[in-house]
Structure formats: structure tokens, C-alpha cells
Design a protein around this ligand. Structure first.
Ligand SMILES: O=C(O)c1cc(=O)[nH]c(=O)n1[C@@H]1O[C@H](COP(=O)(O)O)[C@@H](O)[C@H]1O
Length: 233
């Protein structure tokens, strides 16, 4: 399957999002609604973007005790969403409970286990008490998530080659931490690759926010990234 682009719609208001979505309608399939837009505009906004014809990745990174996360999945099941994130470091019991809730309420929903945030490097991870290198920790959490019933992971593109060797072929690997070639700096992202590199490594989807949202023309920036992805297949 070719790697597809997911736009991270990290803007403060519906008014700022509207022209970007208008420009991308027809060429872009997936929009990620994350904490910024969901906390400001809520479930109604998820329905509104879905009504515009986009598939929705709801990125709430659930992380709580198993019962609380399972109940949140049940509540979210009424929304028109295709993907939903939870933190794998919530552990086996939490992920198993979340997956059971998904099967009971919305079997078509892809639950994505976030492994090690792409903003973390080895030093940041060590400060949280994790002595393992990021790639080893991603591998450990990724295997735990798949063992707990999940069929998708969020990781950095740097870990995709190793995960593809270790995990069943149908596991969806979603990779933020994408910076187009030639862009200076990675903002707060630490483990990054270009769109073409991520596609060649085997990412199922790449997630891109600021490089599109802050571009003079978001439509052109997204089109360039989609062309880069197609060029690798
Ligand atoms: O779950 C995510 O989507 C996520 C996980 C992760 O490890 N790193 C990460 O950057 N993200 C999200 O991916 C998007 C990346 O945005 P940009 O850095 O602006 O391209 C943001 O919406 C983050 O919340």
C-alpha cells in the first residue's frame, strides 16, 4: 500500500482551519484532530470535519486506568472517526480493555498505540527513568501493544524498518516527526525523517502539521509532500 498523508490540524480556531480544509478537499483524505482543536471545539467539530468529506484521526492519546480508558473509547465510538490514539505505556491491561471496548462498540476503528513520542530523545527518556534507547523502547512497547490486540502504532519513522521486521505485516505504522528535505530545524521534534525517507522505510501513514500549516500555501506544501510519497512507489 502506498504511504498516505495525514494532516495534523493543529490550529486554534475553526476559522483558521476552514480555508486550509477548503484548499485540501478532494486531494487529502485524512485529517488529524488533536488536543488543541478537540479541547476548544469538541465532538461537534469532529462531526463537522467529517461532514466535509474527510476521514478523521482523533488524537486524544488516552492514558488512564483500564476502566476509564475503555469508557472513553465507548463514548467516542459514536463519533465519525477512523483512528484513535492511546498511550502504550498505559500497559497491557489498559490496551486490552480499550480494544475490547472498540470491538464491542466500533469494530472498524483503528486504535493506535503511541510508543515513544517523537519529541523525546535518549536523554529525555532517561529523565523519565527509562534507560533503554528510544528504538529499543519503541520496539518493546510496540510488541506489547500488538500482543494486547492493537493493530496500529505511532512511532518515529526512524523505527519503522526494525518494527517491520518484528511485527505482522498488517500492522499500520503511523509516523509523525516528518520534516521535508531542506527545512531548517525540527521545531520540538527530535526523531525525524523526510516524507520520502519515511515512505521508503515502510510507514503506512505520515503525520504532518506545521510544515503544511505554516507554509505560504498549505495546499502547495501538501501537494509537494503527496508527490514525494508517490515518487517512492
Ligand atoms: O500521536 C501523534 O500524532 C504524535 C505522536 C508523536 O510521537 N509525535 C507527534 O508529533 N504526534 C503528533 O503529530 C503532529 C506533528 O506535528 P508537526 O510537528 O507540526 O508536524 C502533532 O499533532 C503531534 O501531536
Amino acid at each position: 500500500m502506498p504511504t498516505d498523508l495525514i494532516l495534523a490540524l493543529d490550529v486554534p480556531t475553526r476559522e483558521e482551519a476552514a480555508p486550509i480544509l477548503r484548499q485540501l478537499r478532494g486531494s487529502l483524505r485524512w485529517v488529524k484532530i488533536g488536543l488543541q482543536m478537540f479541547t476548544a471545539h469538541g465532538p461537534d467539530y469532529v462531526r463537522a470535519v467529517a461532514d466535509e468529506g474527510f476521514d478523521i484521526f482523533l488524537d486524544l492519546k488516552l492514558h488512564d486506568i483500564p476502566n476509564t480508558v475503555a469508557k472513553a473509547v465507548e463514548s467516542l465510538a459514536s463519533l465519525p472517526i477512523g483512528m484513535l490514539t492511546l498511550h502504550t505505556c498505559g500497559g497491557r491491561e489498559m490496551m486490552t480493555a480499550a480494544d475490547a471496548a472498540r470491538r464491542a462498540t466500533k469494530p472498524g476503528l483503528l486504535l493506535l498505540g503511541v510508543t515513544v513520542l517523537t519529541s523525546m530523545n535518549a536523554a529525555g527518556l532517561a529523565e523519565t527513568g527509562v534507560a533503554a534507547a528510544p528504538d529499543a523502547q519503541v520496539s518493546r512497547l510496540g510488541r506489547l501493544a500488538i500482543d494486547s490486540g492493537l493493530r496500529g502504532l505511532v512511532c518515529s519513522p526512524l523505527e519503522v524498518t526494525a518494527l517491520r521486521r518484528e511485527l505482522p505485516a498488517d500492522v499500520q505504522l503511523v509516523t509523525p516527526g516528518i520534516r521535508p528535505a531542506g527545512e531548517a530545524g525540527g521545531d520540538d521534534q527530535k526523531r525525524i525523517m523526510t516524507p520520502a525517507e519515511a515512505a521508503r522505510a515502510g510507514s503506512s501513514y505520515i503525520v504532518v502539521g506545521r510544515p503544511i500549516l505554516k507554509a505560504p500555501s498549505p495546499a502547495e506544501a501538501a501537494a509537494k509532500i503527496m508527490a514525494d510519497l508517490r515518487g517512492t512507489k
